[in-house]
Design a protein around this ligand. Structure first.
Ligand code: N01
Length: 536
């Protein structure tokens, strides 16, 4: 008998998202003997790494630590080829994991969750997909990723552009050839920086439209030798444990010295050392770049000098100099990014003053000047952290809408649960260290916390867990208080939602660091899920 499309499928847990969080969540819950389904709108696994296929896409965390640690055989057998993994290699790894742990049978692709409504009566979530498929599950887990909902500004005339149009976060699967084309890139964040370096090598002419100049540090990416892989693998457990004890869960820790406690000359030497190490470690050269404007200025000036040394055209160089607090927005990693602007086929146009006035069928207008284009690339980022959640119609107790509960910004307890939305968990969402940390250990910590919690509830026949309002309020207040002591509010970053018009301006990730966060999560469990209401 053909299955009625509307008939409801009953599960113990439904997971939204088949990225690294969703796949590990599935693995853990299946291990508990639960019936689980993962749904994802994409045609493959990998989450953000499935969508972000733009030229040059690469992670800014060392590959050997941007990987799962839960399975020793996996980490010993998988071979990374470069210091920083490129998108195709990460996607290959995700597919390998899905096959290796036989996850495919429980992953349903090309399925977008449209709504999730909680039924107080039987304490179950009713999830409907865009195609009308329905699921009933005791637990619903949002493994929706922090950077997967593309931010496409509403530029006047965008739909009338006659050439090819791309968004870095939704790149086509087939290679895009820019040979002989006049290409425009809007946006100079991490995605723009990586794409610009590569597109410039192909395009007849590349025009970069920049609103805010970014701080771009040299990545110093390189192939990984067999010897260094073996060396890391021989002491993986110790190295991973050490990484977890650092603020961000990265493989390096901050030098615990104030930039202001040393002379300017010595500080420069320290910064040069950090720069030579490559990547985001640069900001770990001293411990107060996030706290003291005076210290921060030293790091800013160091990078500005690097730009002054490299960029030949004085006008272009001036435009490329960033003037905001360094580290306030996510630091970008480049490979000869600034050198790109010395190429004769690359020009830089500032849209800081006039904005993108409009897109015409044949180009982009700013400052009253039309720049002719064959291709337009939007590297305009994401509706970060909440974008993928808010596009699902989520309703908790008594039909309360999550978008109402989060109207003034996301409010939850430990970044894991929101009061009034029982049995609904968020993996690495707002209120947790997530994007301020190495996502892989962060994902593992959340997934393990949630699966332990579900095992605890089932062992005790508890049918419902909900965050208590007072615990939630205290957590949000604590998060805001520590964020307010940093320099993070001083610029318009996506961490604050400032890149999306109308989005509440709240610092979304938890900035207390991984060790403090993990300690808090563990303490809550040790105290019998303190701050949560468990009802049976
Ligand atoms: O997005 P972004 P992203 N008119 O928001 C500009 C991770 N990531 O995709 O700065 C004109 O950072 C905007 O200008 P402004 C990483 O965590 C990691 O690049 O808002 N311009 C900005 O220049 C990263 O932080 C990796 O003034 C507009 C750009 O578009 C996060 O993803 C690689 C505009 C958006 O930058 C997001 O990075 C890629 C408008 N209306 C991504 N709207 C690595 O691991 C936006 N812009 C290396």
């Amino acid at each position: 008998m053909a299955e009625d499309k509307k008939s409801e499928q009953t599960l113990d847990a439904l997971i939204v998202g088949a990225g690294f969080a969703g796949m590990y969540m599935l693995y853990k819950l299946r291990g508990l003997g639960l019936s689980v389904r993962v749904v994802d709108a994409a045609s493959g696994v990998g989450g953000t790494w499935y969508w972000n296929r733009y030229p040059g896409a690469r992670c800014d965390v060392d590959s050997m630590f941007y990987s799962y640690s839960f399975d020793e055989a996996l980490e010993q057998q998988w071979e990374w080829t470069e210091r920083y993994p490129a998108q195709p290699e990460i996607l290959e790894y995700a597919n390998h994991v899905a096959g290796r742990f036989d996850l495919w049978p429980d992953i349903q692709l090309e399925t977008r969750a449209a709504s999730a409504h909680y039924d107080d009566g039987d304490a179950r979530w009713r999830i409907e997909t865009e195609s009308g498929e329905a699921f009933s599950a005791q637990f619903c887990i949002l493994a929706t990723g922090c950077l997967s909902s593309a931010n496409k500004p509403d530029f006047e005339g965008l739909d009338d552009f006659a050439g090819r149009q791309f968004h870095t976060g939704h790149w086509p699967h087939e290679p895009v050839d820019f040979t002989g084309r006049r290409v425009g890139v809007i946006g100079t964040g991490s995605s723009g920086v990586q794409a610009i370096q590569e597109i410039a090598k192909q395009a007849e002419h590349l025009t970069v439209f920049q609103r805010t100049a970014s701080y771009v540090v040299e990545a110093f990416n390189r192939p990984l030798t067999t010897e260094e892989q073996l060396e890391t693998k021989a002491q993986y457990a110790e190295l991973r444990a050490a990484a977890k004890s650092t603020f961000g869960g990265f493989s390096m820790s901050a030098n615990d010295v104030s930039a202001l406690s040393v002379s300017e000359e010595e500080c420069r030497r320290g910064l040069q050392e950090g720069w030579d190490n490559g990547g985001i470690a640069f900001l770990a050269s001293y411990n107060d770049f996030g706290l003291s404007e005076e210290a921060n200025l030293r790091a800013q000036e160091f990078v500005r000098d690097k730009i002054r040394e490299v960029v030949k055209d004085p006008e272009t160089m001036e435009k490329l100099l960033p003037h905001h607090i360094i580290g306030c927005k996510r630091l970008c990693l480049g490979t000869h990014y600034y050198e790109t602007y010395n190429r004769p086929n690359v020009s830089l146009v500032s849209v800081a003053e006039n904005g993108v006035e409009r897109i015409t069928p044949t180009g982009l207008v700013t400052g009253g000047v039309e720049y002719p284009l064959d291709d337009l690339v939007l590297a305009t980022g994401f509706d970060a952290m909440t974008g993928s959640i808010s596009r699902i119609d989520i309703r908790g107790r008594a039909g309360m809408e999550l978008k109402t509960a989060w109207a003034a910004g996301p409010r939850n307890y430990l970044g894991l649960m929101t009061n009034g939305f029982p049995n609904l968990f968020t993996i690495t969402g707002p209120g947790s260290p997530s994007v301020l940390s190495n996502m892989m250990p962060t994902i593992e910590q959340h997934v393990e916390w949630v699966s332990d919690c579900i095992a605890y509830l089932r062992d005790r026949n508890v049918r419902e867990i909900d965050a208590k309002l007072d615990a939630q309020d205290a957590w949000v207040e604590h998060g805001n208080e520590i964020a307010s002591k940093t320099l993070r509010y001083s610029c318009s970053s996506w961490y604050l939602g400032a890149n999306v018009p109308g989005k509440p301006r709240v610092f979304m990730p938890y900035i207390g660091g991984m060790p403090a966060y993990r300690e808090k999560c563990d303490a809550v469990v040790a105290a019998g899920y303190e701050g949560f209401a468990l009802t049976g």
